[in-house]
Design a binder for this molecule. Structure first.
Ligand code: BGC
Length: 267
């Protein structure tokens, strides 16, 4: 009997060379998955994650691609499938911020964020879904034909001044996820999102690297701690596993209560 939740399954985690993606790649390998560790430019970091996984007896491979580029995404999936034969789980994690006051936001910075955060998820989900449908359910591995996890953000709901491009990309992920969840569910494909709040990663370094910024951030978190990438990774393992088999088209928030309008806590 499999004691590991993802035993024998093949997973691809985009943007896995740091932060939440890195933690998910490591947790998936610990849960028994063979993991494609996608990176865009940090080859050394990705290789280090792969070595760490292999040292613990896991299986992983580093795969370069910019998820915003159709030809690179197609190559990424070919390489993964060549290496491990198929794919069972996609984690659409790659994302970035390019913050600016709205009236100063360049079209270039708008487009870059939409291209990576939203179009990247579309391109990867499409390739994964093609393979899930081609292959169908393999019962020894999972009762689903495939799982797609979209990494969103509390900002798919919470508006965020000076982050119009980022918040729009995350709002877009919500309807992309729910629409393809509806379309793909009859093929036994489960599509869901994880929407993290403030997780301590390089993307929000300026919000936790000094005490003043950290105190300000904690004002937004009723649970009074900044999240860890491993908090999100544990949720991702569950959402990718058959333990969550009836969860379809949902966004799971993981934010220490950030969605509870803490500004209203005093009544
Ligand atoms: C952003 C972080 C931010 C968090 C909470 C995330 O989506 O990437 O920079 O700390 O939301 O506001």
């Amino acid at each position: 009997m499999n004691t590991k939740a993802l035993q024998g399954q093949v997973a691809l985690v985009t943007g896995a060379s740091s932060g939440i993606g890195k933690a998910i790649a490591i947790a998936f390998a610990e849960a028994g998955a063979k993991v494609g560790v996608n990176y865009r430019s940090s080859a050394e970091d990705a290789e280090q994650i792969v070595s760490g996984i292999r040292e613990k007896g896991g299986e992983a491979v580093a795969l370069q691609a910019n998820v915003a580029k159709e030809d690179q995404v197609q190559r990424l999936f070919s390489e993964l499938i060549e290496t491990y034969g198929t794919i069972d789980i996609l984690v659409n994690n790659a994302g970035l911020q390019k913050d600016a006051n709205f009236i100063d936001m360049s079209l270039e910075d708008w487009q870059l964020v939409i291209d990576v955060n939203l179009t990247g998820q579309f391109l990867c989900a499409r390739e994964a879904a093609k393979e899930f449908i081609r292959r169908g359910v393999v019962e020894e591995r999972s009762c689903a034909a495939g799982k797609i996890i979209c990494i969103s953000s509390v900002h798919e709901k919470i508006p965020w001044a000076t982050h119009a491009n980022y918040a729009a990309s995350k709002g877009g992920i919500n309807m992309l996820m729910r629409t393809i969840a509806q379309e793909l569910a009859p093929h036994k494909i489960r599509v869901n999102s994880i929407a993290p709040g403030a997780i301590k990663t390089p993307i929000n370094r300026q919000d936790w690297e000094n005490e003043e910024a950290k105190a300000e951030l904690l004002n937004l978190i009723p649970y009074q701690r900044i999240g860890k990438p491993e908090d999100v990774a544990r949720m991702a393992v569950w959402l990718a596993s058959d333990d969550s088999d009836y969860v379809v088209g949902e966004t799971l928030f993981i934010d220490g209560g950030m969605m509870l309008y803490p500004g209203f806590a005093e009544g």
